[in-house]
Design a protein around this ligand. Structure first.
Ligand SMILES: [Zn+2]
Length: 271
């Protein structure tokens, strides 16, 4: 089962998250049937989305992330909410370099204006992109190592990684220690199949806080009720006009690849 384990390490001055998202990525691969190049980016971004969602506090809070490749060669979008329901899709093959593209993060707490942060992408790795985003847009020193590995059958064999963030109180000694532990993770687990519990056990001696566990799952939040709400806002006359021209009104959900279709009788029912 996918999980996110979070705790404080290094005298309580560094936050550590160990993330396992193999099932999440395989759900996306199964739904979208996209080429490996796009699945790798989508898998990485789903993992980032799960991490960001695990720090949402308010009920109804959500976060969305969009990576746009350079020269419009594809985009990948992920949305996640406080319940750790994560969903995403890739638009285009994303075969060319991401460097020169951008990452935009929109965080909503469910009450006030959303926080929007954008950063330019300087390197192709999803970890580099996440580190740059946190450094530039949220001023949080971050070191992440996220990997998505695929087997020859196109299925994800391992996805996840770690994210370390310095708290404002972090002193020099603990910053150096965190750097050493980060390198230790990279040399032992990066680019290999791993499970979150094994990783957390290796950091056990450096814990200085309680361990929390959360379980991200791939889940779309679209529903018949929501789609009807959107259609109702277009007005009956407009919908019947589309129906006359195309025979039906079709709404496609990018996140779960589901089509909602409405003929004249069903449109009448909405109103
Ligand atoms: Zn959906």
């Amino acid at each position: 089962m996918d999980k996110i384990l979070r705790t404080l390490i290094c005298g309580g001055q560094v936050s550590l998250a160990v993330i396992e998202t193999t099932e999440l990525v395989n759900s996306a691969v199964e739904i979208h049937k996209i080429p490996c190049s796009a699945a790798r980016i989508l898998g990485g971004l789903l993992t980032c989305g799960a991490y960001l969602a695990s720090s949402l506090k308010e009920d109804g809070a959500s976060v969305s992330l969009t990576v746009k490749a350079k020269n419009g060669d594809g985009a990948v979008s992920v949305s996640a909410d406080k319940n750790l329901h994560i969903r995403g899709y890739a638009d285009g093959s994303c075969e060319s370099t991401l460097a020169g593209g951008s990452l935009t993060v929109v965080r909503e707490d469910g009450h006030s204006q959303p926080f929007v942060g954008t950063c330019e992408i300087f390197a192709d790795g999803i970890s580099d992109i996440l580190d740059t985003y946190f450094g530039q847009s949220e001023q949080i020193a971050t070191a992440s190592s996220i990997n998505v590995l695929f087997g020859e059958d196109g299925k994800c064999v391992s996805a996840g990684g770690i994210v370390m963030q310095l708290l404002p109180c972090a002193d020099e000694d603990n910053i150096v220690l965190a750097g050493t532990l980060f390198e230790e993770f990279k040399s032992n687990f990066s680019d290999k199949k791993f499970d979150a519990q094994t990783v957390i056990n290796t950091f056990n001696a450096y814990f200085s806080g309680a361990l929390t566990t959360a379980f991200p799952v791939y889940k779309c939040n679209c529903s018949e009720r929501k789609i009807r709400g959107v259609l109702a806002s277009l007005g009956k006359r407009e919908l019947l006009k589309i129906c006359d021209e195309l025979g039906e009104v079709k709404v496609h959900c990018h996140y779960c690849n589901k089509d909602y279709t409405y003929n004249k009788t069903r449109i009448e029912e909405i109103f």
